[in-house]
Ligand binder design. Structure first.
Ligand code: CP
Length: 306
């Protein structure tokens, strides 16, 4: 079976069958990753560049490890120590790298739409590793994989996405994916961090009271407050954000039911999530990171054309 698309630019472009194919292929790769020898020869002779124009820990290492587990050759590019710092354009940079016989591009960029622009100008397959405030498709796929691992299915699952929805590519990719797969979605947080008309545009419920959102959901996917994307303050202080919207053990205990806690990372501990929740028995944060490698192996394998 093949994906309906040459690139992975966003979940918006994927069919339900594409998502199912990626998740079932990831299940096979997760089995590989449990073996003493975690490497397969699937992408031998394929060369992949990881082009990171924005900081990353999880996504960058997860892609690099996925490529190594698939026996691909990898190049790692960080804009800060490259000729991009001397003013070289994105397109010149990528064309120069591709002329060295590189086959695939994994790209993170702070500009929304950067991978979409690139896809119109280069022949190689592109995987979006997060573009500005637009999409982070492999994060949504690994989140879905982790929820299915815990609950068996996404159909009818009640997922509350809590926090800075306005600036979150994780929120948008999760909303697209969860809707396609039949989950129920609520976004929750302060009114200044939730886009107006999101219900009309994306068909999700909105809740400004986090306790109400927790009472409703099976899963709380808690998002980072993205101060670096806020030109002006959108809430009074981090301390007050934590008091009004942060997830604490006391708050969870007051709900009186088990809620699975997710977070894409990096966590602002003591702001959106308290440490005893992030590290507690209901948290699957590190399972998400583990599953990211298998999911990225699946995406790379399916888009490689091998
Ligand atoms: N979840 C995520 O994208 O983390 P990084 O920014 O560390 O890659």
């Amino acid at each position: 079976m093949k994906l309906s698309t040459k690139h992975l630019l966003g979940i918006k472009d994927l069919t339900t069958e594409d998502i199912q194919l990626i998740l079932s292929t990831a299940t096979n790769f997760k089995d590989v990753l449990q073996r003493p020898v975690k490497k397969v020869p699937s992408l031998r002779d394929v060369t992949i560049v990881n082009l990171f124009y924005e900081n990353s820990t999880r996504t960058r290492f997860s892609f690099e490890l996925a490529e190594k587990r698939l026996s691909a050759d990898t190049l790692n590019f960080a804009a800060s120590n490259s000729s991009a710092a001397k003013g070289e354009t994105l397109l010149d940079t990528v064309n120069n790298i591709l002329s060295m016989k590189v086959d695939m591009v994994v790209m993170r960029h702070s500009a929304s739409g950067a991978p979409h622009f690139l896809s119109k100008h280069i022949p190689a397959a592109i995987i979006n590793a997060g573009d500005g405030i637009n999409e982070h498709p492999t994060q949504a796929l690994l989140d879905a994989f982790s929820m299915i691992e815990k609950f068996g299915s996404l159909k009818g699952l009640k997922v509350a996405i809590i926090g800075d929805i306005m600036h979150s590519r994780v929120a948008l990719s999760n909303i697209y994916l969860l809707k396609k797969m039949g989950a129920e979605i609520m976004v929750a947080g302060p009114p200044t961090l939730i886009p107006k008309y999101i219900t009309e545009a994306l068909g999700v419920r909105v809740e400004y009271n986090v306790k109400n959102a927790l009472q409703w959901c099976d899963v709380a996917n808690v998002l980072r407050i993205q101060l670096e994307r806020q030109n002006q303050p959108l809430f009074s202080s981090l301390r007050e954000y934590n008091l009004a919207y942060g997830i604490s053990r006391k708050l969870l205990e007051s709900i009186g039911k088990e809620i699975t806690i997710m977070h894409p990372g990096p966590i602002n501990r003591g702001v959106e999530l308290d440490s005893d929740v992030a590290d507690g028995p209901s948290s699957i944060v590190l399972n998400q990171v583990e599953n990211g490698v298998a999911v990225r192996m699946a995406v790379l394998y399916l888009l490689s054309g091998t």
